[in-house]
Design a protein around this ligand. Structure first.
Ligand code: F6P
Length: 531
């Protein structure tokens, strides 16, 4: 057990053991580890409901694995999981729970407590959402001129965009309605106008998705969308808007009535919100059953995370491997390479999930961290990525652990084995390498770690499991580093300064400069070039 709560993991005895152990095994080559132990792949792989997680291509021995699991246990990981699921205020700086698990739970109370209010609220809102989707699919929702809605545009950013955008893209094979879906996020109006140029105002419905409804980008885009409707003769604009938010009064002020608002709650973090009405676009694009399956998949992963002992627990194992490379091998980045075009947006989604959660510099008690927190998570879809940055993965000077994700089946492609083979070949090449003593440029050092995650096909259930797996992995990382993964104060300063600079740029030059010399120069340049 961790000797005292809220202290750096480096104070744990097992941390010192890991340091010593790292020194002893850092030079071992995985090639040799595989040669010495024919059972290695079986031993270092696990599964759940069709998922296979092969973590045998990591620079670990039996002892490494045991020490990493001991570190997880020393962090009181079971208690921390219970705190998350039971609705304790795990988000200490904002005094909030983080109950994304309740959004996908069929149970009528939260685990480890008798709390029933939240499950009841979740069910009621989900029911409203499903009724709305049914009516939309039945062409009962009509625009200002009486024509049925045939296009839905989600306006939102960050967690109010990346999750539904990823899932809609991923579930292309499950599209079931004739309703077209588009997403608008960026403050740069090119994003909005590209969508509007391709839309018919009479039949377009906007979902304004913003937990706070105080986000600059979403406000600006929603206002422009409203103007576009009016300019195009759609005056009953309330027929063209619905909202997903926790800020009822701001939504009403914008002109969206309470009956067209789907609620989210302060205990749902933006980047953990795809399971709530923030995922409405997903149900519209597929159907209510697919959305329910997506939730069920996530719930299956929740149950596994909640119940499985640390040594068999997928999110815990993956998080401990992250800690191993981040804090012992000093890896600075981690690549995510889905060999599944449906998951092409996964790296962007994970960038927010993991880096906004764990890119922190202070502990949960506000002390400066002694250890590094989150590495940079990045990536792109294979096989495209092979022809872009794989050079660095194979021969670069930096160690970059990789997650490969691959479906075993394809709905359309009878040559899918070629995609599968490429994925398997890359992890094999990274692990084995290839000696070349005569031509150094053709030498592959190997010993580069990766996890391969396979699944039968990218169904709503599998996708739910995968995203929940990454959420929980993020949580475990945070618990090891003793940080709060549920706040994001680091985004605030830039927002505040942007507000000040916006007001400067709205003035007539010359303006009295109150900025540093570089910012003043840039502002001057703006005015010189402004048309
Ligand atoms: O600025 C960061 C952030 O607050 C994210 O955490 C969030 O997902 C995004 O902005 C959008 O916030 P909202 O849903 O409140 O518009």
């Amino acid at each position: 057990m961790r000797s005292s709560e809220n202290q750096s993991p480096s104070k744990e005895y097992v941390w010192h053991q890991l340091k010593e152990h790292h020194r002893a095994i850092a030079k071992l080559h995985m090639r040799d580890l595989f040669a010495q132990d024919p059972a290695r792949a079986k031993k270092f792989s696990t599964g759940l409901n069709g998922l296979l997680i092969d973590f045998s291509k990591h620079r670990i021995t039996d002892e490494t694995f045991d020490l990493l699991i001991s570190l997880a246990n020393a962090t009181n990981i079971r208690e921390k999981i219970s705190a998350l699921f039971s609705g304790q205020q795990v988000n200490k700086t904002e005094h909030r729970a983080a109950l994304h698990t309740a959004l996908r739970s069929p149970d009528d109370k939260l685990p480890d407590t008798d709390q029933k209010t939240i499950p009841a609220q979740v069910k009621a809102e989900l029911e409203r959402m499903y009724n709305f989707v049914k009516a939309l699919h039945n062409r009962e929702h009509k625009g200002s001129t009486g024509k049925p809605i045939s296009k839905v545009v989600n306006i939102g950013i960050g967690g109010s965009d990346l999750g539904p955008r990823l899932v809609v893209d991923a579930l292309y094979d499950y599209r079931s309605s004739n309703i077209k879906i588009a997403f608008v996020a960026n403050l740069d109006t090119q994003d909005l106008y590209r969508v509007l140029d391709d839309s018919d105002p009479e039949t377009t419905l906007f979902i304004v998705t913003s937990k706070s409804f105080s986000t600059l980008e979403t406000h600006a885009n929603a206002r422009l969308a409203k103007q576009w409707l009016i300019d195009n003769g759609c005056h009953e604009i309330h027929r063209h808007f619905i909202a997903v938010s926790s800020n009822k009064s701001a939504i009403q002020e914008f002109g969206i009535s309470a009956d067209r608002l789907f609620q989210i709650w302060d205990w749902v973090g933006g980047r953990y919100s795809v399971w709530s009405a923030v995922g409405l676009a997903i149900a519209v694009y597929t159907d209510n059953n697919s959305f329910a399956d997506f939730l069920a998949g996530a719930h299956a992963m929740d149950e596994h995370f909640y119940n499985a002992p640390a040594e068999n627990n997928i999110p815990i194992i993956l998080a401990m491997l992250d800690v191993w490379y981040n804090n012992f091998f000093n890896a600075e980045t981690h690549a995510v390479i889905p060999y599944d075009h449906g998951l092409q947006l996964l790296p962007a989604y994970l960038s927010q999930l993991i880096m906004e959660s764990n890119g922190k510099g202070v502990s949960s008690e506000g002390q400066a961290l002694e250890l590094h927190s989150s590495p940079v998570f990045w990536g792109a879809a294979g096989t495209n990525a092979q022809h872009a940055f794989f050079q660095l993965l194979h021969q670069g000077t930096r160690l970059v652990p990789v997650d490969f994700l691959i479906a075993m089946q394809s709905s359309r492609d009878d040559k899918h084995h070629k995609v599968v083979a490429n994925c398997f070949a890359q992890s094999k090449a990274l692990m084995l390498g290839q000696e070349n003593n005569t031509e150094p440029c053709k030498h592959f050092p190997g010993n580069r770690p990766s996890t391969t995650i396979t699944y039968p096909k990218l169904s709503p259930k599998i996708l739910g499991m995968l995203l929940a797996m990454y959420e929980h992995r993020t949580y475990v990382q945070a618990m090891i580093w003793d940080i709060n993964p549920f706040d994001q104060w680091g985004v605030e300063l830039g927002k505040k300064l942007a507000t000040e600079i916006i007001s400067d740029l709205e003035q007539k030059p010359p303006i009295e400069s109150k900025h540093d010399a570089s910012t003043s120069l840039l502002i001057e340049q703006y005015f010189k070039n402004k048309t």
